[in-house]
Design a protein around this ligand. Structure first.
Ligand code: HPA
Length: 262
């Protein structure tokens, strides 16, 4: 057996094909014409929030608030397994994750956007796999050569072009444990490791998506210089750039949905 809990994961006919996981700064999706909000349960417990179904640009989509309604769940406490399993079980075929991140690379100044193509996982102690040894879970050592799915990455990059928003193609995401930000020494180490940006949620999200054969990519929004890279008030930067960047994110999603969801 290679697919964990294969039987409940039968795709639903006619449902939304695309899901968007909103992170910090995107606890809801203004512009989504909501038709239903469903509280679901999974073999792993409850997802972060109800699955919100609606339409954007005439295309059906599902929205999930990663940090829960009201942004209360810290990155290390998110039930990533329940979130990803619930999306797969809803019949979703592609997932776009929105992630606010700190910038390590000089090219990724706050306010810039990128679609990363690789990651390094520095998080720990999270429930990170569906192959957890419980009866029926099976075991597969999934390949992780492409942590972010090329098909969804391409759709995001094409959509950005169509929306007239500058988005960098590629970059290495460092995934830290949080909820605290990093020390300057930790950021120096991430930079030496080749990381371009740092966030707290791409893992285990991307790994679970791969286990579920659920194409997944991240639209990363630079909201601050990582500690020790720039100077100044980090929380001030985060607030400022989150407020300015979400309109760009929504514009990209509006163009991406018709490509992925129809
Ligand atoms: N570090 C980790 N995660 C983040 C940051 C950061 O500087 N900014 C936004 N998310």
């Amino acid at each position: 057996m290679t697919t964990p809990h294969a039987s409940p994961l039968t795709p639903r006919e006619g449902g939304p094909k695309v899901a968007v996981i909103g992170g910090t700064g995107m606890n809801d999706w203004p512009g989504l014409e909501i038709s239903a909000s469903t509280v679901v349960d999974t073999p792993y417990g409850a997802p972060s929030a109800p699955l919100v179904r609606g339409q954007v640009a005439g295309i059906e989509a599902i929205f999930l608030a990663r940090h829960g309604q009201g942004h209360k769940i810290p990155p290390h406490a998110i039930n990533y397994r329940a979130n990803m399993w619930a999306l797969k079980n809803a019949g979703v075929e592609q997932v776009i994750a929105i992630g606010a991140v700190g910038a390590i690379a000089g090219w990724f100044a706050p306010g810039a956007l990128a679609v990363p193509n690789d990651l390094i996982d520095y998080s720990w102690g999270r429930e990170h796999t569906l192959f957890d040894g419980r009866p029926g879970s099976g075991l597969k050592h999934i390949e992780f050569n492409q942590p972010y799915a090329p098909s969804v990455r391409k759709a995001l990059l094409d959509a950005a072009k169509a929306a007239g928003v500058d988005v960098r193609d590629g970059g290495v995401m460092a995934v830290t444990q949080g909820p605290r930000l990093e020390s300057p020494g930790e950021i120096r180490r991430l930079k030496q490791d080749g990381c371009d940006m740092v966030g707290m949620t791409s893992m285990p999200e991307a790994g679970l998506a791969t286990e579920l054969a659920l194409p997944y990519a991240c639209l990363a929004v630079s909201v601050n210089w990582a500690p020790g890279i720039g100077s100044g008030d980090i929380h001030g930067q985060i607030e400022h750039w989150l407020a300015l960047s979400m309109a760009k994110v929504r514009a990209i999603l509006e163009k991406a949905l018709p490509e992925l969801g129809s």
